[in-house]
Design a protein around this ligand. Structure first.
Ligand SMILES: [Ca+2]
Length: 166
């Protein structure tokens, strides 16, 4: 003879409440797990904004002559973990003579500041123009540019022009 064990009526209510609680918890987890990360990584994730933050002259190489130019660039990027950027920075003297230098940047942050120094370049009096053309090659291919005109004192040749990233 087979003995059938009956569950007490209270037990089925407990099982029902347990299943209901698990379902509610699962719904809450699904709802909260998608909100911030999905929108942050799928929207505005690949852009580049280059800004010429500052440009000034001075005696940056201790040569005794104020014929050096300092240019600070800011790069505002998206939300990726890694970026690869090339930028060409050009300095055009009042005579039209232009010096262009290319800088390759590997970055792991979304806000970057780079100080560029044109040593012994301010040799003419008049307006100088700084122009930056930035090409992001990873995670996407995107171009941006900026330019600025300023007027350092000049007219003093002071050695060979040298460019450096400080
Ligand atoms: Ca100098």
């Amino acid at each position: 003879m087979l003995a059938v064990k009956r569950r007490p009526e209270n037990s089925s209510k407990k099982v029902y409440m347990r299943v209901l609680l698990i379902c509610i918890t699962a719904l809450v987890l699904v709802a909260f797990s998608n909100v911030p990360t999905a929108s942050a990584y799928t929207q505005n994730s690949d852009y580049i904004n280059v800004i010429i933050y500052d440009a000034y002259y001075g005696d940056l190489d201790q040569g005794g002559v104020d014929n050096d130019i300092h240019v600070t660039l800011l790069f505002d990027l998206g939300y990726y973990a890694y970026y690869e950027i090339y930028y060409d920075i050009s300095l055009t003297l009042p005579s039209g003579l232009t010096y262009t230098y290319r800088v390759h940047v590997l970055a792991w942050y979304e806000h970057i500041r780079i100080d560029n120094e044109f040593l012994n370049h301010a040799t003419e009096a008049g307006d100088y123009k700084v122009e930056v053309v930035a090409l992001m090659v990873f995670p996407s291919v995107i171009l941006d540019s900026a330019s600025l005109v300023f007027d350092p004192p000049g007219g003093d040749g002071g050695g060979d022009p040298v460019f450096r990233v400080a």
